[in-house]
Design a protein around this ligand. Structure first.
Ligand SMILES: Cc1cc2nc3c(=O)[nH]c(=O)nc-3n(C[C@H](O)[C@H](O)[C@H](O)COP(=O)(O)OP(=O)(O)OC[C@H]3O[C@@H](n4cnc5c(N)ncnc54)[C@H](O)[C@@H]3O)c2cc1C
Ligand code: SF4
Ligand code: SF4
Length: 416
């Protein structure tokens, strides 16, 4: 089925609320609060040409890896993990950045180096709070202290791209730090708008397995006998690796939960939007550098929670990314701990491998329900899909279709 409007992207559970549509068409689209988090509202319908343009870049329609033109000729392309110029473990050299950040502070250290060395004017990334105190919001950091202030991971609805056209119009040279789906969007937009490559010379990404939809936070707050109105701000992690989830209330008190208590020892509390469940790339293949955690199976033990100083897995995917790693190390922003090999990722991020491999079968299930579904570019999804048997493909496709028939793709599914 062909897509007809933005609402259909939302209805299929594929809008991630990135904010790009509102940034491109500010007179017609705005980002507002919905049951599923931040979602676009089409105040004035886009004309056919506008919607067609949006469909070529929207992460609810297409998810891209790294365009070949950005890769060096001899780059190694791992079938699952994508382009790799260099893969290593690293952490921020500055102890307080390392402590405050989500993992080892590599993204913040790289961003800090870029600003301080005037390689860019600013960092476009996200800070905490927004339309809800537990959401995130896009922010532009011009100084090292602003960069450091906006570190750590926000596991909630955020629109990192809602200012992107303003940045391009003003000609500010920024490095973008954003999730893999946001970076995908920018790689696709670069094919339409040459200002993207001109003004955004570097794109950095955390690995991403998904985030908390509003209903999950509401349920958590209820379980703590706290109303949403009492919440001032939320820090999902950081101040240690991973650090506690800390909810600051307006009376000055805090609710603190360890990572395992908040997310569940078996990840049972990992509720996430449908778009994240069927995500074909949580490893940021489109980024110059992408980084993640280093715990086996991506889950810390109790011991790690108390002892881990924070070390990132770091993948430089382009020669620009590899050069940035080296310069940041030489300039004293980053310590490289050891070199890795791509198969290390199999042990660290099995959930992300599974989603990549199953992506096409899941999209097939969506289409069997009459949905337009998602497609991929530069992600080898067809080759990955061929590594599963025909029976597994059909099972996955039918499983997805069954979940859609139950309504699990709908933003409001869990809300009674
Ligand atoms: C939604 C989400 C899911 C994740 N899932 C995984 C996973 O499956 N596997 C894994 O290994 N690690 C996962 N992580 C954690 C990720 O590994 C670390 O954030 C990453 O290693 C960077 O660590 P750091 O210490 O270098 O980051 P920091 O130095 O703390 O910097 C983080 C940067 O990311 C930006 N940022 C934070 N949240 C968001 C957001 N929601 N959208 C856009 N930009 C944001 C911040 O503005 C900051 O610039 C996830 C993080 C997020 C936000
Ligand atoms: S995913 Fe982004 S661009 Fe697509 S409809 Fe949602 S907010 Fe708009
Ligand atoms: S899991 Fe995929 S769709 Fe969801 S936020 Fe992460 S990169 Fe985006």
């Amino acid at each position: 089925m062909a897509l007809i409007n933005i609402q259909q992207i939302i209805n299929e559970g594929l809008c991630i609320g990135c904010g790009l549509c509102a940034s491109i068409f500010p007179e017609k689209v705005s980002i507002g609060l919905s049951i599923g988090g931040l979602r676009p509202i089409e105040k004035v319908p886009l004309i056919d040409e506008e919607f067609e343009y949006l469909c070529r870049v929207c992460p609810g329609v297409v998810h891209s890896g790294m365009p070949k033109k950005n890769l060096s000729e001899d780059v190694y392309i791992d079938p699952v993990w994508g382009p790799i110029e260099r893969i290593c473990a690293a952490h921020a050299s500055n102890d307080s950045v390392r402590y405050k950040s989500a993992t080892g502070g590599v993204l913040t250290a790289l961003a800090g180096y870029l600003v301080e060395s005037n390689r860019v004017d600013a960092i476009l990334h996200v800070g905490s709070s927004g339309l809800k105190p537990y959401f995130g919001h896009s922010t532009i950091s011009y100084t090292l202290s602003e960069v450091n202030e906006n570190c750590s991971s926000i596991y909630a609805s955020t629109s990192p791209l809602d200012k992107i056209i303003k940045v391009l119009d003003e000609g500010i040279r920024v490095a973008l730090v954003a999730k893999p789906c946001d970076i995908s969007t920018m790689r696709l937009l670069a094919k339409k708008d040459p200002r993207v490559d001109k003004y955004i010379p570097l794109m950095l990404s955390p690995f991403c397995g998904g985030f908390f939809p509003p209903f999950a936070m509401s349920n958590f707050l209820k379980s703590e006998n706290v109303t949403e109105e009492e919440v001032e701000s939320v820090s999902y992690r950081g101040n240690g690796c991973p650090g506690p989830t800390s909810i600051k209330l307006d009376n000055g008190s805090r609710i603190e939960k360890s990572y395992l208590d908040f997310w569940g020892k078996d990840s049972s509390q990992w509720h996430m939007p449908w778009r994240c469940r069927i995500c074909p790339d949580g490893t940021g293949e489109g980024a110059d550098i992408s980084t993640g955690d280093t715990w086996p199976e991506c889950t810390p033990t109790e011991e790690m929670i108390s002892n881990d100083l924070g070390t990132n897995t770091v993948i430089a995917r382009t020669s620009k990314g590899a050069e940035l790693l080296q310069l940041a190390e030489e300039s004293g922003y980053l310590d490289i701990d050891y070199e890795c090999i791509s198969s290390d990722m199999d042990k660290l991020q099995p959930h992300l491998a599974k989603k990549k491999i199953k992506a096409l079968a899941r999209f097939d299930g969506m289409r069997s329900c009459g949905q337009a579904g998602l497609s991929t570019v530069d992600l080898r999804s067809d080759l990955l899909s061929q590594t599963t048997s025909y029976d597994e493909f059909i099972k996955e496709s039918k499983g997805t279709a069954a979940r859609i028939k139950e309504g699990k793709h709908l933003d409001g599914y869990k809300i009674k």
